[in-house]
Write a protein that binds this ligand. Structure first.
Ligand code: SF4
Ligand code: SF4
Ligand code: FES
Length: 479
């Protein structure tokens, strides 16, 4: 059992585990401690010296990332002495750094820029013409761009490829002030998690080929969500922006730390899956393939449900939220309809690995079990054969099995265009995964709540609101 001890940080008493790293206690409590090379996922390296703190009784400042906590320690992270030390280290870091901020894609989220704004502002003692130059805009594989001049040689990227992915594509090349980051000949940075080095890089040396120059980061708004690329449910932030006269658009996903689910990282495929959200959206309701208004589509839906009181089958999708599934289940009970969650199209045996990626490429299949929703093939085959009205909620299984809908009435709700829509008597556009709030259960049963902050682009409905609508009509006895 670990022993808790007391120490003082800037005059405040805190408790921490004896022998644990001082920097972790500071970071966990949001006590500001400048640092480049330390990262909680990668551990200490001690090369940047930015995390200097004063410790009473020690002659010289110490690096917090290599200082074990002792009982009664008195630590200062602020004050004239330690700030002078920090400024001098920063000045060394900046000797050969280019004057790139106005054109650098990292500006606004760069640690070097932030620390300079906090403690720099000195007259530069280096002539711009005397700086060492290195290669700019070098492709490291398909997804990451390197600017060697901007690098502070923290080696986070190198350690990610050696310690996390074990792929070892990156290394430090040359010596002293000619040291640069690079790949080995014939070995591009192309592992399935490569883009995490972009987030790890504290400066603008590594940027995402996909995101660079798309947006200035201070224009973006952010909310917390989960990735629906597979049943891991990695924690992410969604960066989006609604420009005047345009739809609210997602510009990037970034990983969010959750030690229980994904640690600090996400896979490249999940990260780039935001593009699907913006493309090929289904936006206008249809009745028999003719564009109509939402009210008319919902009225037609009521009508079909009234006419076909027998043999109604609801087909759920494993990307619907727990709330949407619950609501659909209760509506199907009221209507004495059948319900299935059959969706084999999301199982991709070539996708999973022994790190984060799972073969089930849907976000909420575990909720089926939780809500006792059947997803067996045999049951589905029997139910679809019997059904006269099929209500399809986001499940695109029928795109490749369209004959199953022959001679049946079909109501469908989709966020993106697909083949099934053209076979539907009524098709209602619904909010996409990131446009709605809801709860999702990952493969190991962890429930995660997402509250979307996307601005509505058009009168889209979530399944829950469509169903609430229908239930209120039923409650009034109109069905
Ligand atoms: S490229 Fe970025 S992450 Fe890699 S060593 Fe340089 S500053 Fe650090
Ligand atoms: S591992 Fe799965 S949930 Fe995580 S980012 Fe990749 S696709 Fe998304
Ligand atoms: S973060 Fe401590 S030396 Fe770099």
């Amino acid at each position: 059992m670990s022993e808790l001890v007391k120490l003082s940080v800037n005059g405040d008493e805190i408790e921490a585990e004896k022998g644990s790293l001082l920097i972790d206690s500071l970071l966990d409590r949001d006590i500001h401690i400048p640092h480049f090379c330390y990262h909680q996922a990668l551990g200490k390296d001690g090369n940047c010296r930015m995390c200097m703190v004063e410790i009473e009784g020690q002659k010289r400042p110490q690096i917090a990332c290599d200082t074990p906590i002792k009982d009664g320690m008195i630590v200062r992270t602020v004050g004239a002495n330690i700030e002078k030390v920090r400024r001098e280290i920063l000045e060394l870091q900046l000797i050969n750094h280019p004057i790139d901020c106005p054109t650098c894609d990292q500006a606004g989220e760069c640690k070097l820029q932030d620390y300079y704004m906090e403690s720099g502002f000195y007259e530069s003692r280096v002539q711009v013409d005397n700086k060492n130059h290195a290669r700019k805009a070098t492709e490291l594989g398909n997804n990451v761009m390197l600017d060697q001049e901007r690098c502070v040689l923290c080696t986070r990227c190198v350690r990610f490829c050696s310690d996390i992915t074990g792929t070892n594509e990156l290394g430090v090349i040359n010596r002293a002030d000619h040291s640069v980051i690079g790949t080995f000949p014939g070995r591009p940075l192309s592992n399935p998690y490569s883009m995490n080095v972009v987030d790890l890089c504290p400066v603008g040396a590594l940027t995402s080929q996909d995101f660079r120059f798309q947006q200035r980061v201070w224009f973006l708004e952010t909310f917390n969500a989960i990735c629906n690329g597979c049943s891991r449910g990695c924690n992410i932030t969604v960066d989006h922006r609604k420009e005047k006269y345009k739809d609210d658009q997602i510009f990037r996903f970034k990983p969010r730390a959750n030690k229980e689910v994904n640690g600090w990282f996400i896979c490249d495929e999940g990260r780039l899956s935001y593009k699907k959200e913006n493309e090929n959206r289904f936006v206008t309701p249809l009745i028999n393939n003719t564009e109509t208004e939402l009210d008319k589509a919902i009225t037609k839906t009521f009508k079909l449900l009234t006419e076909e009181k027998k043999n109604i089958l609801f087909v759920l999708d494993p990307n619907l939220s727990l709330e949407e599934m619950k609501n659909t289940k209760s509506l199907s009970n009221v209507l004495k309809a059948n319900i299935t969650g059959y969706a084999p199209q999301y199982i991709d045996e070539s996708f999973g690995d022994d790190y984060l990626k799972k073969n089930d490429r849907s976000a909420n299949r575990a909720a089926y079990k939780h809500l006792d929703i059947n997803e067996e093939k045999n049951d589905f085959d029997a139910l679809i054969a019997d059904a006269s009205l099929v209500v399809i909620l986001g499940n695109n299984y029928f795109d490749n099995n369209i004959d199953l809908l022959k001679d049946k009435k079909v109501i469908s709700c989709f966020s993106h265009k697909c083949e099934t829509i053209s076979k539907s008597d009524v098709a209602i556009p619904m909010s996409s995964f990131y446009e709605k709030s809801g709860t999702y259960m990952n493969f190991s049963g962890i429930q995660q709540k997402v509250i979307s902050k996307m601005k509505k682009n058009r009168p889209m409905e979530s399944i829950t609101s469509i169903i609430e609508h229908i239930k209120s009509i039923i409650d009034k006895g109109n069905l």
